[in-house]
Design a binder for this molecule. Structure first.
Ligand SMILES: [Zn+2]
Length: 114
């Protein structure tokens, strides 16, 4: 590993992307940039290793925990029945109730100059 040029702003930017980098969620061109930085920056490379160790420890710990049957069933149920993409339409009734009140306030404001 080459001697890193410790650039605080660049390192800060890279560290903000490390979790997505580990998860493989970064676009390829950004991921390549992170990889290149990690090749020359030992502090960020150590931070990457630390985060991978924490992630692995958490995975082992959570795998050891029993999941209550009711929780597992509830999660499965919600995953198989996602909300419709226009879930805000469920609030149309509330909007229909609020609009007349809002209209009265607007008319009062316009007529009285409040
Ligand atoms: Zn760095």
């Amino acid at each position: 590993m080459n001697t890193p040029r410790f650039d605080t702003i660049e390192c800060t930017r890279i560290r903000l992307q490390l979790n997505e980098y580990i998860s493989g969620e970064l676009p390829p061109e950004i991921s390549t940039g992170v990889t290149k930085h990690l090749e020359i920056c030992e502090p960020c490379s150590r931070e990457l290793e630390r985060r991978i160790q924490v992630r692995n420890s958490l995975r082992r710990a959570f795998k050891a925990l029993p999941v209550p049957g009711s929780l597992a069933a509830k999660v499965r149920g919600q995953l198989s029945d996602p909300k419709p993409s226009f879930f805000w339409l469920h609030n149309v009734n509330r909007l229909a109730v609020a609009l007349p009140g809002l209209a009265i306030l607007v008319v009062a404001f316009l007529t009285t100059g409040l």
